[in-house]
Design a protein around this ligand. Structure first.
Ligand SMILES: *Cc1c(COP(=O)(O)O)cnc(C)c1O
Length: 371
């Protein structure tokens, strides 16, 4: 068996090379490099795909959330609740907006924010809850929505890892007042560089986001707001427009691979797998296994040519940069445990059945030889 790399776009980028190079030539000749027609087309196409009225392309996922918080008037003196287990960008946007991050521990089965924890963290200063659909698995979004309505606070979805995921009949990224995704190259749909997008059904908030991403420049050329420079790059938008046509197919492949992993690995008692919610579709951005022998398993798999990753090795509240939050080890026990025990198995379009079977057989080998 050839080494199995963890490169999510390994196969898709070989398949799309011709199509994308043709797109580049067109882009080059059109000379429409900033806020061009490709960006406008992609924003419309993604909004349609996501089932929302507006898509606003921005520089990256971090800036998307930063702009959302500005649009909603959230900043200094306000509190924003989000899961203790997420990618750093979620936390940084909140800090950079001036608001205070308030963490809530996660559910040990779904690995997403625990709504009961959210309710306990709400104060008179709470302005928003961010639901992160981690690893492609939709959060308990209807419960989060009910909590946000009951307390009259905003719900924002971090859909960076769950493009195309569904709850009931509705895609994630369409439940909150404003939501966002990221097109970091490894996401289910990724650019060849950085990119991000805000989704919303509000005409007014969409307009505000468009102004803020472009220096704060309003319709008549006046600078009406203190904005930033964070526009989704025209070249990336055109590439993403091509890739959007394949997203559903790629997600189906991921789901198929995950089903195979699930059915083989659930037999191993030392391993715990992520659980989905009822009536939701997990688009399997990452396939996490939780095991107390994570570090040894990782080394063993590497010795057999299987590359794995860890998402994420250190919890947010224990990062040196977040010492201002005054948290200590033990404050979010489930998030801390997942950081110590999570291992991400290779999962991406083009990974073959025999590769998946080899990963499963190697994991079984590890546990049967060492127990
Ligand atoms: C990728 C990601 C982001 C945004 O990342 P950028 O690199 O800023 O585009 C935000 N939240 C989560 C959960 C992510 O995985």
């Amino acid at each position: 068996m050839k080494p199995i790399r963890y490169i999510p776009f390994l196969h898709t980028h070989s398949q799309l090379k011709k199509e994308i190079l043709a797109t580049f030539e067109e882009f080059y000749d059109d000379k429409d490099y900033i806020l061009g027609s490709g960006l406008e087309q992609f924003e419309k196409a993604y909004a349609l795909y996501n089932g929302v009225k507006h898509g606003i392309g921005v520089g990256n996922g971090h800036d998307a959330l930063f702009i959302i918080l500005k649009c909603l008037g959230i900043g200094t003196g306000d509190e924003v609740i989000f899961p203790a287990h997420t990618f750093m960008a979620t936390a940084l946007s909140v800090i950079n907006s001036g608001a205070r991050p308030v963490l809530a521990d996660i559910d040990p089965n779904t690995l997403n924010i625990d709504p009961l924890e959210v309710e306990q963290k709400i104060t008179s200063k709470t302005k928003a809850i961010i639901g992160v659909h981690l690893y492609g698995n939709p959060s308990d979004i209807n419960t989060l929505l009910a909590i946000s309505r009951r307390h009259e606070i905003h719900l924002i979805e971090d859909n960076a890892q769950a493009q195309g995921a569904v709850v009931g009949e509705q895609k994630t990224g369409s439940f909150g007042v404003m939501n966002f995704t990221s097109f970091y190259p490894t996401k289910n749909i990724g650019a060849l560089g950085d990119g991000g997008l805000i989704t919303t059904n509000s005409d007014e908030l969409a307009e505000k986001a468009r102004i803020l991403r472009n220096y704060g420049k309003g319709a008549h050329g006046n600078y009406s707001n203190i904005g930033i420079n964070s526009r989704l790059d025209e070249l990336q938008a055109r590439i993403l427009l091509v890739k959007l046509n394949y997203l559903d197919r790629w997600n189906e492949e991921r789901i198929k691979i995950a089903k195979r992993y699930d059915s083989e690995l659930k037999k191993i008692s030392e391993i715990k797998l992520q659980q989905d919610y009822n009536k939701s579709m997990n688009v399997r951005h990452i396939f996490p296994v939780i095991t107390a022998r994570r570090d040894h398993l990782k080394i063993f798999l590497k010795s057999k040519g299987i590359e794995t990753l860890i998402h994420y090795p250190n919890p947010i509240h224990l990062q040196p940069a977040f010492s201002l939050l005054n948290h200590k080890s033990g404050d979010f026990p489930i998030a801390e445990k997942v950081c110590k025990q999570e291992l991400s198995l290779p999962i991406y379009p083009g990974l073959t059945k025999s590769e998946v079977d080899f990963v499963c057989a190697t994991i079984k080998d590890f546990f049967s030889n060492q127990s």
